[in-house]
Design a protein around this ligand. Structure first.
Ligand code: ZN
Length: 196
């Protein structure tokens, strides 16, 4: 799309009327069932790859789909997680990594990030995943990173509570941009799987 204004006009004219009833319902209702956490990467579009309608996904997107482990104090990611669980009552969280992730590539290949110091600092939340990955293996790091972020998620009190009450399922996905394939990862051992 070249021009956002053109896109908005097309939405108003063609797309919105077809979904007018849905939007009228959603105007007073917000009950998503899934918290979807993905990378900010423009090629990963949660609603498109899951074919979800407006109102169905509560979305957090961060560089590298990183979820910092819980620490007391307010930040945007933690607040959105807590809101999704404690207020909206979502019953499923998906952490979705993807192929050719710039963040994971930079880490796996040891790129110089001195020109982006905040990015470099943020990517430290992938240190545990990096420690498990052979140098240069981007695809493995993408997978290890999704699992590590599920482990981080489980440290958030709102998530821990819902898991303890068996009201929540955590899932790890990897989206392959070239093929459109979505791989479901085995979450055993992340703290995300229910205790046996
Ligand atoms: Zn990415």
């Amino acid at each position: 799309m070249q021009d956002l204004t053109e896109g908005v006009a097309r939405f108003r004219q063609d797309v919105y009327p077809a979904k007018a009833e849905l939007f009228a319902h959603l105007a007073a209702t917000h009950r998503p069932t899934t918290l979807f956490i993905s990378c900010s990467d423009a090629r990963v579009v949660p609603e498109l790859i899951t074919q979800s309608e407006p109102g169905e996904l509560f979305v957090i997107r961060t560089a590298g789909n990183l979820v910092p482990a819980y620490a007391p104090g307010a930040n945007g990611v933690t607040a959105s997680i807590e809101y999704a669980l404690a207020v909206l009552g979502v019953t499923e969280i998906v952490v979705c990594g993807h192929s050719a992730c710039g963040a994971m590539t930079a880490l796996a290949e040891g790129h110089d990030l001195s020109g982006a110091p905040v990015v470099a600092g943020w990517l430290r939340h992938a240190d545990a995943a990096l420690a498990r990955t052979a140098p240069g293996d981007v695809a493995a790091l993408v997978r290890h990173n999704v699992l590590a972020q599920l482990t981080n998620l489980a440290t958030h009190p709102s998530v821990a509570r819902a898991l303890a009450q068996q009201k929540l399922t955590l899932r790890g996905w990897v989206f392959d941009i070239a093929t459109g394939h979505i791989e479901e990862l085995d979450t055993a051992g992340t703290g995300a799987a229910p205790a046996a």
